[in-house]
Design a binder for this molecule. Sequence first.
Ligand code: SDX
Length: 427
Amino acid sequence: MSDHGKAKLQIDGKDLELPVTVGSEGEVGVDISRLRPETGAITLDPSLANTGACESAITYIDGEKGILRYRGYDISDLAMHASFPEVCHLLIYGRLPTRPEREGFRTRLTRHSLVHEDMKKFFEGFPPSAHPMVILSAMIASLSAFYPEEDTEEEIDLNIIRLLAKAKTLAAFSYKKSIGQPFIYPRNDRTYLENFLLMMFAVPAEPYDVDQTVRSALNKLLILHADHEQNCSTTTVRTVGSGGASLFASISAGVSALWGPLHGGANQAVIEMLEQIRQDGSDFQKYVDLTKSKDSDFKLMGFGHRVYKNFDPRARILKEAADEVLDKLGVDDPLLEIAKQLEEVALADSYFVERKLYPNVDFYSGVLYRAMGIPTDMFTVMFALGRLPGWIAHWLEQRNAPGARIIRPRQIYTGETARPWEPLDER
Ligand code: SDX
Protein backbone atom coordinates (compact mmCIF):
# COMPACT_ATOMS: atom_id res chain seq x y z
CA MET A 1 0.00 0.00 0.00
CA SER A 2 1.46 3.43 -0.83
CA ASP A 3 1.14 5.98 1.97
CA HIS A 4 -0.66 9.12 0.82
CA GLY A 5 -0.23 12.18 3.01
CA LYS A 6 -1.55 12.53 6.51
CA ALA A 7 -4.86 13.17 8.25
CA LYS A 8 -4.97 15.79 10.96
CA LEU A 9 -7.24 15.38 13.98
CA GLN A 10 -7.72 17.93 16.74
CA ILE A 11 -9.11 16.72 20.07
CA ASP A 12 -9.14 18.63 23.37
CA GLY A 13 -6.93 21.27 21.76
CA LYS A 14 -4.30 18.68 20.86
CA ASP A 15 -3.34 18.13 17.19
CA LEU A 16 -2.68 14.59 16.04
CA GLU A 17 -1.31 13.63 12.63
CA LEU A 18 -2.48 10.21 11.49
CA PRO A 19 -1.01 8.23 8.59
CA VAL A 20 -3.25 7.65 5.55
CA THR A 21 -3.15 4.47 3.49
CA VAL A 22 -4.40 4.20 -0.11
CA GLY A 23 -5.39 0.79 -1.49
CA SER A 24 -4.67 -0.56 -4.98
CA GLU A 25 -8.06 0.73 -6.18
CA GLY A 26 -7.61 4.17 -4.61
CA GLU A 27 -9.57 3.60 -1.39
CA VAL A 28 -8.31 5.86 1.40
CA GLY A 29 -8.00 4.69 5.00
CA VAL A 30 -6.96 6.77 8.02
CA ASP A 31 -4.80 4.62 10.29
CA ILE A 32 -6.00 5.40 13.85
CA SER A 33 -3.72 2.89 15.61
CA ARG A 34 -2.11 5.74 17.59
CA LEU A 35 -5.38 7.52 18.48
CA ARG A 36 -6.04 5.92 21.89
CA PRO A 37 -2.40 5.67 23.05
CA GLU A 38 -1.86 9.37 22.30
CA THR A 39 -5.26 10.89 23.14
CA GLY A 40 -7.12 8.32 25.24
CA ALA A 41 -10.04 8.64 22.81
CA ILE A 42 -11.42 5.93 20.50
CA THR A 43 -13.61 6.17 17.42
CA LEU A 44 -17.23 4.97 17.62
CA ASP A 45 -18.82 3.29 14.56
CA PRO A 46 -21.48 0.84 15.91
CA SER A 47 -22.13 -1.23 12.74
CA LEU A 48 -18.57 -0.64 11.48
CA ALA A 49 -20.06 0.88 8.31
CA ASN A 50 -17.19 3.39 8.13
CA THR A 51 -14.45 1.25 9.61
CA GLY A 52 -11.90 -0.91 7.83
CA ALA A 53 -11.02 -3.92 9.98
CA CYS A 54 -8.12 -5.03 7.82
CA GLU A 55 -6.29 -4.72 4.53
CA SER A 56 -7.26 -7.52 2.15
CA ALA A 57 -6.17 -8.67 -1.31
CA ILE A 58 -9.00 -11.12 -1.96
CA THR A 59 -12.10 -9.27 -3.21
CA TYR A 60 -12.78 -5.75 -4.38
CA ILE A 61 -16.24 -4.15 -4.40
CA ASP A 62 -17.13 -0.70 -5.72
CA GLY A 63 -20.65 -0.16 -4.37
CA GLU A 64 -21.33 2.95 -6.43
CA LYS A 65 -20.26 1.41 -9.75
CA GLY A 66 -21.56 -2.10 -9.06
CA ILE A 67 -18.11 -3.65 -9.44
CA LEU A 68 -17.23 -7.03 -7.86
CA ARG A 69 -13.87 -8.73 -8.55
CA TYR A 70 -12.26 -11.83 -7.03
CA ARG A 71 -8.47 -11.39 -7.05
CA GLY A 72 -8.89 -8.85 -9.89
CA TYR A 73 -11.17 -10.96 -12.10
CA ASP A 74 -14.60 -9.45 -12.78
CA ILE A 75 -17.52 -11.49 -11.45
CA SER A 76 -19.25 -11.51 -14.86
CA ASP A 77 -16.18 -13.11 -16.49
CA LEU A 78 -15.90 -15.73 -13.76
CA ALA A 79 -19.64 -16.51 -13.83
CA MET A 80 -19.46 -16.91 -17.61
CA HIS A 81 -16.21 -18.84 -18.04
CA ALA A 82 -14.95 -20.40 -14.78
CA SER A 83 -15.81 -23.58 -12.91
CA PHE A 84 -16.56 -23.30 -9.21
CA PRO A 85 -13.47 -25.38 -8.28
CA GLU A 86 -11.35 -22.94 -10.33
CA VAL A 87 -12.85 -20.02 -8.39
CA CYS A 88 -12.13 -21.88 -5.13
CA HIS A 89 -8.48 -22.19 -6.23
CA LEU A 90 -8.38 -18.51 -7.28
CA LEU A 91 -9.76 -17.20 -3.98
CA ILE A 92 -7.73 -19.52 -1.71
CA TYR A 93 -4.37 -19.62 -3.53
CA GLY A 94 -4.57 -16.22 -5.24
CA ARG A 95 -4.55 -17.32 -8.90
CA LEU A 96 -6.44 -19.40 -11.44
CA PRO A 97 -4.97 -22.94 -11.67
CA THR A 98 -2.99 -24.18 -14.65
CA ARG A 99 -4.50 -27.20 -16.38
CA PRO A 100 -2.38 -29.73 -14.36
CA GLU A 101 -3.13 -27.81 -11.14
CA ARG A 102 -6.84 -27.79 -11.95
CA GLU A 103 -6.92 -31.54 -12.51
CA GLY A 104 -4.93 -32.18 -9.34
CA PHE A 105 -7.19 -29.89 -7.30
CA ARG A 106 -10.31 -31.57 -8.67
CA THR A 107 -8.92 -35.03 -7.89
CA ARG A 108 -8.17 -34.02 -4.29
CA LEU A 109 -11.68 -32.57 -3.89
CA THR A 110 -13.17 -35.80 -5.23
CA ARG A 111 -11.08 -38.11 -3.08
CA HIS A 112 -11.93 -36.29 0.14
CA SER A 113 -15.71 -36.17 -0.43
CA LEU A 114 -16.55 -38.99 1.99
CA VAL A 115 -17.15 -38.24 5.66
CA HIS A 116 -16.14 -40.55 8.51
CA GLU A 117 -18.82 -43.20 8.93
CA ASP A 118 -19.16 -42.25 12.61
CA MET A 119 -20.42 -38.82 11.52
CA LYS A 120 -23.54 -40.46 10.16
CA LYS A 121 -24.55 -41.22 13.73
CA PHE A 122 -24.70 -37.46 14.44
CA PHE A 123 -27.55 -37.11 11.95
CA GLU A 124 -29.61 -39.60 13.96
CA GLY A 125 -29.54 -37.18 16.89
CA PHE A 126 -31.28 -34.37 14.98
CA PRO A 127 -35.08 -34.29 14.72
CA PRO A 128 -36.38 -34.55 11.10
CA SER A 129 -37.50 -30.92 11.41
CA ALA A 130 -33.97 -29.68 12.16
CA HIS A 131 -33.04 -26.76 9.88
CA PRO A 132 -30.16 -27.82 7.59
CA MET A 133 -28.16 -24.72 8.60
CA VAL A 134 -27.96 -25.88 12.22
CA ILE A 135 -26.86 -29.31 11.01
CA LEU A 136 -24.24 -27.85 8.67
CA SER A 137 -22.78 -25.60 11.37
CA ALA A 138 -22.67 -28.47 13.89
CA MET A 139 -21.20 -30.94 11.41
CA ILE A 140 -18.46 -28.58 10.22
CA ALA A 141 -17.44 -27.90 13.82
CA SER A 142 -17.48 -31.68 14.39
CA LEU A 143 -14.89 -32.17 11.66
CA SER A 144 -12.43 -30.86 14.29
CA ALA A 145 -13.08 -34.07 16.25
CA PHE A 146 -11.96 -36.24 13.33
CA TYR A 147 -9.15 -34.17 11.87
CA PRO A 148 -6.49 -32.66 14.13
CA GLU A 149 -5.81 -28.98 14.59
CA GLU A 150 -3.70 -27.47 11.83
CA ASP A 151 -0.05 -26.75 12.61
CA THR A 152 1.93 -27.09 9.38
CA GLU A 153 1.06 -25.53 6.02
CA GLU A 154 0.48 -29.05 4.68
CA GLU A 155 -2.01 -29.88 7.47
CA ILE A 156 -3.80 -26.59 6.88
CA ASP A 157 -4.04 -27.22 3.14
CA LEU A 158 -5.29 -30.78 3.68
CA ASN A 159 -8.00 -29.53 6.03
CA ILE A 160 -8.99 -26.89 3.46
CA ILE A 161 -9.44 -29.63 0.86
CA ARG A 162 -11.34 -31.79 3.37
CA LEU A 163 -13.69 -28.92 4.20
CA LEU A 164 -14.41 -27.98 0.58
CA ALA A 165 -14.96 -31.64 -0.32
CA LYS A 166 -16.99 -32.76 2.69
CA ALA A 167 -19.26 -29.71 3.21
CA LYS A 168 -21.33 -30.57 0.11
CA THR A 169 -21.61 -34.19 1.32
CA LEU A 170 -22.81 -33.04 4.74
CA ALA A 171 -25.29 -30.65 3.10
CA ALA A 172 -26.72 -33.37 0.85
CA PHE A 173 -26.90 -35.83 3.77
CA SER A 174 -28.88 -33.25 5.80
CA TYR A 175 -31.39 -32.99 2.93
CA LYS A 176 -31.72 -36.78 2.61
CA LYS A 177 -32.19 -36.98 6.38
CA SER A 178 -35.00 -34.38 6.23
CA ILE A 179 -36.94 -36.38 3.62
CA GLY A 180 -36.23 -39.76 5.18
CA GLN A 181 -34.28 -41.11 2.23
CA PRO A 182 -31.01 -43.08 2.47
CA PHE A 183 -27.76 -41.16 2.10
CA ILE A 184 -26.24 -41.32 -1.41
CA TYR A 185 -22.46 -41.56 -1.43
CA PRO A 186 -20.23 -39.44 -3.70
CA ARG A 187 -18.57 -41.16 -6.66
CA ASN A 188 -14.96 -40.76 -7.78
CA ASP A 189 -15.99 -40.62 -11.43
CA ARG A 190 -18.15 -37.51 -10.90
CA THR A 191 -17.12 -33.84 -10.71
CA TYR A 192 -17.66 -31.60 -7.70
CA LEU A 193 -21.05 -30.29 -8.85
CA GLU A 194 -22.22 -33.59 -10.35
CA ASN A 195 -21.48 -35.31 -7.04
CA PHE A 196 -23.51 -32.74 -5.11
CA LEU A 197 -26.51 -33.14 -7.44
CA LEU A 198 -26.14 -36.93 -7.31
CA MET A 199 -26.06 -36.96 -3.49
CA MET A 200 -29.05 -34.60 -3.34
CA PHE A 201 -31.38 -36.11 -5.90
CA ALA A 202 -30.36 -39.70 -6.77
CA VAL A 203 -32.25 -42.62 -5.23
CA PRO A 204 -30.74 -46.13 -4.88
CA ALA A 205 -33.38 -47.77 -7.02
CA GLU A 206 -32.56 -46.02 -10.29
CA PRO A 207 -29.71 -44.42 -12.25
CA TYR A 208 -29.34 -40.64 -11.99
CA ASP A 209 -28.43 -38.43 -14.95
CA VAL A 210 -27.15 -34.95 -14.14
CA ASP A 211 -29.12 -32.29 -15.99
CA GLN A 212 -26.43 -30.09 -17.56
CA THR A 213 -28.65 -27.01 -17.37
CA VAL A 214 -29.01 -27.53 -13.63
CA ARG A 215 -25.27 -28.21 -13.27
CA SER A 216 -24.42 -25.03 -15.16
CA ALA A 217 -26.88 -22.94 -13.11
CA LEU A 218 -25.47 -24.39 -9.87
CA ASN A 219 -21.94 -23.55 -11.02
CA LYS A 220 -22.96 -19.93 -11.66
CA LEU A 221 -24.81 -19.64 -8.33
CA LEU A 222 -21.88 -20.96 -6.29
CA ILE A 223 -19.41 -18.67 -8.09
CA LEU A 224 -21.60 -15.60 -7.51
CA HIS A 225 -21.73 -16.39 -3.78
CA ALA A 226 -18.06 -17.33 -3.38
CA ASP A 227 -16.85 -14.15 -1.63
CA HIS A 228 -17.91 -10.62 -0.78
CA GLU A 229 -15.07 -9.04 1.27
CA GLN A 230 -15.86 -8.05 4.89
CA ASN A 231 -19.55 -9.04 5.14
CA CYS A 232 -21.07 -10.14 8.45
CA SER A 233 -20.20 -13.87 8.21
CA THR A 234 -16.72 -13.32 6.78
CA THR A 235 -15.94 -10.83 9.55
CA THR A 236 -17.13 -13.53 11.96
CA VAL A 237 -14.73 -16.07 10.42
CA ARG A 238 -11.81 -13.63 10.59
CA THR A 239 -12.64 -12.70 14.18
CA VAL A 240 -12.94 -16.30 15.39
CA GLY A 241 -9.80 -17.27 13.46
CA SER A 242 -7.87 -14.31 14.92
CA GLY A 243 -8.06 -16.03 18.30
CA GLY A 244 -6.25 -19.06 16.87
CA ALA A 245 -9.40 -21.20 16.51
CA SER A 246 -9.16 -24.02 13.97
CA LEU A 247 -10.36 -23.72 10.38
CA PHE A 248 -13.42 -25.91 11.09
CA ALA A 249 -14.38 -23.97 14.26
CA SER A 250 -14.02 -20.63 12.46
CA ILE A 251 -16.04 -21.69 9.41
CA SER A 252 -18.73 -23.21 11.62
CA ALA A 253 -19.11 -19.78 13.24
CA GLY A 254 -19.39 -18.24 9.77
CA VAL A 255 -22.22 -20.64 8.87
CA SER A 256 -24.14 -19.55 11.95
CA ALA A 257 -23.55 -15.87 11.20
CA LEU A 258 -24.76 -16.32 7.61
CA TRP A 259 -28.09 -17.81 8.76
CA GLY A 260 -29.60 -14.49 9.88
CA PRO A 261 -32.47 -13.17 7.67
CA LEU A 262 -30.66 -9.85 7.16
CA HIS A 263 -27.70 -11.77 5.71
CA GLY A 264 -27.65 -15.14 3.95
CA GLY A 265 -30.99 -16.19 5.42
CA ALA A 266 -32.60 -13.56 3.17
CA ASN A 267 -32.77 -15.93 0.18
CA GLN A 268 -35.21 -18.18 2.07
CA ALA A 269 -37.08 -15.10 3.37
CA VAL A 270 -37.45 -13.74 -0.20
CA ILE A 271 -39.27 -16.84 -1.44
CA GLU A 272 -41.50 -16.87 1.64
CA MET A 273 -42.26 -13.17 1.01
CA LEU A 274 -43.02 -13.73 -2.71
CA GLU A 275 -45.27 -16.65 -1.79
CA GLN A 276 -47.10 -14.42 0.73
CA ILE A 277 -47.57 -11.71 -1.92
CA ARG A 278 -48.84 -14.27 -4.43
CA GLN A 279 -51.37 -15.63 -1.93
CA ASP A 280 -52.40 -12.05 -1.21
CA GLY A 281 -53.45 -11.48 -4.84
CA SER A 282 -50.04 -10.08 -5.93
CA ASP A 283 -50.92 -6.71 -4.48
CA PHE A 284 -47.36 -5.33 -4.88
CA GLN A 285 -48.17 -1.75 -3.94
CA LYS A 286 -49.64 -2.99 -0.63
CA TYR A 287 -46.25 -4.52 0.32
CA VAL A 288 -44.26 -1.55 -0.94
CA ASP A 289 -46.51 0.70 1.16
CA LEU A 290 -46.12 -1.66 4.14
CA THR A 291 -42.36 -1.18 3.85
CA LYS A 292 -42.79 2.57 4.07
CA SER A 293 -45.19 2.51 7.00
CA LYS A 294 -43.63 3.59 10.30
CA ASP A 295 -46.07 1.22 12.07
CA SER A 296 -44.69 -1.84 10.30
CA ASP A 297 -41.28 -3.51 10.50
CA PHE A 298 -41.90 -5.21 7.15
CA LYS A 299 -38.95 -5.08 4.77
CA LEU A 300 -38.73 -6.16 1.15
CA MET A 301 -36.40 -9.09 1.62
CA GLY A 302 -33.72 -9.32 -1.06
CA PHE A 303 -33.64 -5.52 -1.36
CA GLY A 304 -30.98 -3.15 -0.09
CA HIS A 305 -27.29 -3.52 0.65
CA ARG A 306 -24.74 -1.90 2.93
CA VAL A 307 -22.26 -1.46 0.08
CA TYR A 308 -24.10 -1.53 -3.27
CA LYS A 309 -25.87 1.81 -3.76
CA ASN A 310 -26.52 1.48 -7.47
CA PHE A 311 -27.01 -2.18 -8.29
CA ASP A 312 -25.70 -5.57 -7.12
CA PRO A 313 -23.98 -7.07 -10.19
CA ARG A 314 -24.80 -10.54 -8.93
CA ALA A 315 -28.54 -9.77 -8.92
CA ARG A 316 -28.36 -8.67 -12.56
CA ILE A 317 -26.59 -11.89 -13.58
CA LEU A 318 -29.05 -14.03 -11.59
CA LYS A 319 -32.09 -12.24 -13.04
CA GLU A 320 -30.90 -13.08 -16.57
CA ALA A 321 -29.99 -16.63 -15.53
CA ALA A 322 -33.44 -17.18 -13.98
CA ASP A 323 -35.17 -16.42 -17.29
CA GLU A 324 -32.77 -18.66 -19.23
CA VAL A 325 -32.71 -21.61 -16.82
CA LEU A 326 -36.46 -21.73 -16.17
CA ASP A 327 -37.05 -21.59 -19.91
CA LYS A 328 -34.57 -24.42 -20.56
CA LEU A 329 -36.05 -26.51 -17.78
CA GLY A 330 -39.58 -25.74 -18.92
CA VAL A 331 -40.40 -24.43 -15.45
CA ASP A 332 -43.13 -21.80 -15.21
CA ASP A 333 -42.73 -20.40 -11.71
CA PRO A 334 -45.18 -17.53 -11.02
CA LEU A 335 -42.81 -16.29 -8.30
CA LEU A 336 -40.29 -15.17 -10.96
CA GLU A 337 -42.89 -12.92 -12.57
CA ILE A 338 -43.95 -11.67 -9.15
CA ALA A 339 -40.30 -10.87 -8.30
CA LYS A 340 -39.85 -8.93 -11.53
CA GLN A 341 -43.07 -6.96 -11.04
CA LEU A 342 -42.21 -6.25 -7.40
CA GLU A 343 -38.79 -4.96 -8.47
CA GLU A 344 -40.43 -2.71 -11.08
CA VAL A 345 -42.95 -1.26 -8.59
CA ALA A 346 -40.32 -0.76 -5.88
CA LEU A 347 -37.77 0.92 -8.17
CA ALA A 348 -40.45 3.36 -9.33
CA ASP A 349 -41.13 4.37 -5.71
CA SER A 350 -39.27 7.36 -4.24
CA TYR A 351 -38.79 5.53 -0.90
CA PHE A 352 -36.51 2.99 -2.60
CA VAL A 353 -34.89 5.47 -4.96
CA GLU A 354 -34.03 7.93 -2.16
CA ARG A 355 -32.54 5.14 -0.04
CA LYS A 356 -30.76 3.53 -3.03
CA LEU A 357 -32.41 0.18 -2.39
CA TYR A 358 -31.96 -2.31 -5.23
CA PRO A 359 -32.31 -6.08 -5.52
CA ASN A 360 -29.34 -7.87 -3.97
CA VAL A 361 -27.90 -11.34 -4.57
CA ASP A 362 -30.69 -12.96 -2.56
CA PHE A 363 -33.60 -11.55 -4.56
CA TYR A 364 -33.49 -13.88 -7.57
CA SER A 365 -31.36 -16.77 -6.31
CA GLY A 366 -34.27 -18.56 -4.64
CA VAL A 367 -36.27 -18.78 -7.88
CA LEU A 368 -33.31 -20.59 -9.45
CA TYR A 369 -32.86 -22.96 -6.52
CA ARG A 370 -36.59 -23.81 -6.69
CA ALA A 371 -36.36 -24.54 -10.41
CA MET A 372 -33.44 -26.89 -9.68
CA GLY A 373 -35.57 -28.79 -7.14
CA ILE A 374 -33.73 -27.50 -4.07
CA PRO A 375 -36.12 -27.00 -1.13
CA THR A 376 -36.50 -23.54 0.45
CA ASP A 377 -34.89 -24.42 3.78
CA MET A 378 -31.74 -25.50 1.88
CA PHE A 379 -31.28 -22.12 0.16
CA THR A 380 -29.00 -20.66 2.83
CA VAL A 381 -27.02 -23.91 2.90
CA MET A 382 -26.42 -23.34 -0.83
CA PHE A 383 -25.23 -19.83 -0.01
CA ALA A 384 -22.84 -21.32 2.58
CA LEU A 385 -21.48 -23.89 0.09
CA GLY A 386 -20.78 -21.04 -2.32
CA ARG A 387 -19.19 -18.83 0.34
CA LEU A 388 -16.86 -21.54 1.67
CA PRO A 389 -13.82 -20.62 -0.49
CA GLY A 390 -14.21 -16.96 0.45
CA TRP A 391 -14.39 -17.73 4.15
CA ILE A 392 -11.36 -20.03 3.84
CA ALA A 393 -9.36 -17.40 1.94
CA HIS A 394 -10.12 -14.77 4.59
CA TRP A 395 -9.33 -17.16 7.47
CA LEU A 396 -5.93 -17.82 5.85
CA GLU A 397 -5.30 -14.12 5.12
CA GLN A 398 -6.14 -13.17 8.72
CA ARG A 399 -3.93 -15.96 10.08
CA ASN A 400 -0.96 -15.06 7.84
CA ALA A 401 -1.26 -11.24 8.03
CA PRO A 402 2.03 -9.63 9.15
CA GLY A 403 1.72 -8.66 12.83
CA ALA A 404 -1.73 -10.31 13.02
CA ARG A 405 -3.33 -9.80 16.44
CA ILE A 406 -6.53 -11.10 18.06
CA ILE A 407 -9.50 -8.97 16.99
CA ARG A 408 -10.74 -7.23 20.13
CA PRO A 409 -12.55 -3.85 19.64
CA ARG A 410 -13.06 -1.29 22.45
CA GLN A 411 -16.37 0.29 23.59
CA ILE A 412 -17.87 3.39 25.15
CA TYR A 413 -19.37 2.30 28.49
CA THR A 414 -22.78 3.86 29.24
CA GLY A 415 -23.84 1.78 32.24
CA GLU A 416 -23.96 2.46 36.00
CA THR A 417 -20.96 4.17 37.60
CA ALA A 418 -19.41 2.58 40.72
CA ARG A 419 -21.94 1.78 43.47
CA PRO A 420 -21.69 -0.12 46.85
CA TRP A 421 -22.97 -3.67 47.43
CA GLU A 422 -26.66 -3.75 48.59
CA PRO A 423 -27.66 -6.50 51.06
CA LEU A 424 -30.69 -8.50 49.88
CA ASP A 425 -33.24 -6.87 52.25
CA GLU A 426 -32.05 -3.36 51.41
CA ARG A 427 -32.60 -3.58 47.58
C1 SDX B 1 -26.37 -10.30 1.95
O1 SDX B 1 -22.60 -7.38 3.33
C2 SDX B 1 -22.64 -8.20 2.30
O2 SDX B 1 -21.84 -8.15 1.42
C3 SDX B 1 -23.78 -9.23 2.37
C4 SDX B 1 -23.98 -10.09 1.13
C5 SDX B 1 -22.83 -11.04 0.88
O3 SDX B 1 -22.63 -11.43 -0.27
O4 SDX B 1 -22.19 -11.45 1.89
O5 SDX B 1 -24.15 -9.27 -0.02
C6 SDX B 1 -25.23 -10.98 1.27
O6 SDX B 1 -26.48 -10.39 3.12
C7 SDX B 1 -27.30 -9.46 1.11
C8 SDX B 1 -28.39 -8.74 1.99
C9 SDX B 1 -29.53 -9.74 2.26
N1 SDX B 1 -30.51 -9.12 3.22
C10 SDX B 1 -31.73 -8.74 2.84
O7 SDX B 1 -32.13 -8.77 1.67
C11 SDX B 1 -32.62 -8.25 4.00
C12 SDX B 1 -33.33 -6.93 3.61
N2 SDX B 1 -32.30 -5.86 3.51
C13 SDX B 1 -32.10 -5.07 4.69
O8 SDX B 1 -32.32 -5.63 5.92
C14 SDX B 1 -30.88 -4.14 4.55
O9 SDX B 1 -30.97 -3.54 3.32
C15 SDX B 1 -29.49 -4.71 4.73
C16 SDX B 1 -29.36 -5.49 5.99
C17 SDX B 1 -29.10 -5.58 3.57
C18 SDX B 1 -28.52 -3.52 4.78
O10 SDX B 1 -28.79 -2.84 5.93
P1 SDX B 1 -28.13 -1.41 6.27
O11 SDX B 1 -26.97 -1.13 5.40
O12 SDX B 1 -27.92 -1.36 7.76
O13 SDX B 1 -29.21 -0.38 5.84
P2 SDX B 1 -30.33 0.19 6.81
O14 SDX B 1 -31.04 -0.94 7.49
O15 SDX B 1 -29.71 1.24 7.67
O16 SDX B 1 -31.34 0.85 5.76
C19 SDX B 1 -31.22 2.20 5.38
C20 SDX B 1 -32.68 2.62 5.14
C21 SDX B 1 -33.58 2.43 6.35
O17 SDX B 1 -34.66 3.34 6.24
P3 SDX B 1 -34.62 4.74 7.11
O18 SDX B 1 -34.29 4.37 8.55
O19 SDX B 1 -33.55 5.58 6.46
O20 SDX B 1 -36.01 5.33 6.96
O21 SDX B 1 -33.25 1.80 4.10
C22 SDX B 1 -34.34 1.05 4.67
C23 SDX B 1 -34.16 1.07 6.17
O22 SDX B 1 -35.42 0.90 6.81
N3 SDX B 1 -34.23 -0.31 4.13
C24 SDX B 1 -35.25 -1.03 3.68
C25 SDX B 1 -34.69 -2.24 3.24
N4 SDX B 1 -33.37 -2.22 3.42
C26 SDX B 1 -33.08 -1.02 3.98
N5 SDX B 1 -36.57 -0.76 3.60
C27 SDX B 1 -37.35 -1.74 3.07
N6 SDX B 1 -36.89 -2.94 2.62
C28 SDX B 1 -35.57 -3.21 2.70
N7 SDX B 1 -35.12 -4.38 2.25
